[in-house]
Structure formats: structure tokens, C-alpha cells
Design a protein around this ligand. Structure first.
Ligand code: PXP
Length: 250
């Protein structure tokens, strides 16, 4: 059984920088630097660095990704919507992996999975282009049978299961229902030889629920690690999460 891998999403490091310096991007005072933080996360044992380039550039900037591409020693996972401008950027950047997510300007964070069934035609072309550039492609989806089947049909390499509903479940019943949906989707995807990742809303408490989902390869975690790092520093925050993840038995 492979150990569960950790991708640290560093968007909110850029969120903090932009809160003060969005109008002064060239300022020598612009901090914190997401690239420096990515290096600390890697040294603490993170297996990849994830960043989301949004159409409105609210946190991560193009230049951040160019510098991440040059400096990362693990793996760069670019989260992005399937829009022509961002796809062209990804083809120039050539991250190790792209995770396609829905792009909705109003949302605070990515609120639902990408609907692969409704967007099959547009996604097929993008996946083909990314594959020909040597980029592995992941699809961020809700845990539903038809979404897993569409990912297989589209030739995705990876699915990332949206764990937001499980993470935010406020009754035991909803928690159990959502866990069952995630377990079924993970098993179905693994039977089709897709790599199964998970992400959204995972924290130092609900990680025990994530352990109940089989076939997982990698977790992408952002908010809770950045929040903990404010208290403990990034190195300790990443090590603590990795220690909790080490209890995964698949
Ligand atoms: N995975 C995907 C596809 C996401 O869009 C996000 C949020 O940017 C995450 C993982 C990380 O979620 P969180 O910040 O809640 O850990």
C-alpha cells in the first residue's frame, strides 16, 4: 500500500500578499512570497505544490506560476478553469499536472465539481491539447457515477473527488451518505485504473473521515494548512498533516 501523498495548495499565501500589494505587484515589500513557502512545504515533505490560476487573478498571478515552474523540485499541479486564455497559459507553462475545475467568478472557493457530462465536448479538446504537451490531466468532480464514467470516456488520468460536502456535513446522516458516495466513486474510478485524488475542506480533524475512502493516492489541501501555519509555521503545519495522513490504510 502506497502512502497517501500531500499536495499543498498555496493560493492563500498569495491571497494574503494581494490583500496589501495587488496594486503594487513590483514592490520589493510584496510579501509573503508563495514560491518561498512552496520550498518550505517541499522540505517538510509535501509531494506536490498546487496553485489555482483564476480568470480574475484574485490570488495567484501568472508570474508566480512561472517562478514555481522554475523552482519546484516535486511536482506542480495547476488548478484551472477550461477557458481559452488559461488553457493557452497552461500550454506555455507546462505544469506536471492540470486539474480542471469549474470557473465561477462569484464563488469564494471552488464550490462544486466540474460537470463532465454537460461539458464533454469542450473538455475533450482541452484534454487532448494538454496531453500532447505531456501534461497529466485531473478532473475535479463530485462523487457521482456518471461523472466518473465521463472522466474515463474523456481519457482523464486522474479524478479529484470533491470532499467539500463531507468536510462540511453538519449531521451524522449527511456525513454517512456523503462518505458512501465518495467510497463508491473512488472504487469505480480505481476499477477503471484512474488515479484517485481528493480535495476541498480537508482539515486536521476531518482527515479521519478521509481515511475511510479507499484507493486514494493524493490529497490537495490548502486553507487548513495555511491557517495552521499562521500559528505554527509552514514546516510544522505540513509535517503535522503528513503524520495524520500516514495512518491511511487505503
Ligand atoms: N482541490 C481543488 C480542486 C480546489 O479547487 C481547492 C480549493 O482551491 C482545493 C483542493 C483545496 O481546498 P481547501 O483550500 O479547502 O483545502
Amino acid at each position: 500500500m502506497n502512502t497517501l501523498r500531500l499536495g499543498v495548495n498555496i493560493d492563500h499565501v498569495a491571497t494574503l500578499r494581494q490583500a496589501r500589494y495587488s496594486t503594487m505587484p513590483e514592490s520589493k515589500n510584496a510579501e509573503p512570497d508563495p514560491i518561498a513557502i512552496a520550498g518550505i512545504c517541499e522540505r517538510a515533505g509535501a509531494n506536490s505544490i498546487t496553485a489555482h490560476l483564476r480568470a480574475d487573478r484574485r490570488h495567484i498571478q501568472d508570474r508566480d506560476l512561472e517562478r514555481l515552474r522554475e523552482n519546484i523540485v516535486t511536482k506542480l499541479n495547476l488548478e484551472m478553469g477550461n477557458t481559452p486564455e488559461i488553457v493557452d497559459f497552461a500550454l506555455r507553462l507546462v505544469p506536471d499536472e492540470v486539474c480542471l475545475v469549474p470557473e465561477n467568478r462569484q464563488e469564494v472557493t471552488t464550490e462544486g465539481g466540474l460537470d463532465l457530462v454537460a461539458n464533454k465536448k469542450e473538455l475533450a479538446g482541452t484534454i487532448k491539447r494538454l496531453h500532447s504537451a505531456g501534461v497529466r490531466v485531473s478532473m475535479f468532480i463530485d462523487p457521482a457515477r456518471e461523472q466518473v464514467d465521463a472522466a474515463v470516456e474523456l481519457g482523464a488520468d486522474i479524478i479529484e473527488l470533491h470532499t467539500g460536502k463531507l468536510a462540511n456535513a453538519y449531521t451524522e446522516k449527511i456525513e454517512q451518505q456523503e462518505l458512501e458516495r465518495l467510497r463508491e466513486a473512488a472504487t469505480r474510478a480505481a476499477n477503471f485504473n484512474l488515479q484517485v485524488n481528493a480535495g476541498h475542506g480537508i482539515n486536521y480533524r476531518n482527515i479521519t473521515l478521509i481515511h475511510k475512502i479507499p484507493h486514494l493516492t493524493e490529497l490537495n489541501i490548502g486553507h487548513s494548512i495555511v491557517a495552521r501555519a499562521i500559528l505554527t509555521g509552514f514546516e510544522a503545519a505540513v509535517r503535522e498533516m503528513l503524520a495524520l495522513m500516514a495512518k491511511y490504510r487505503g
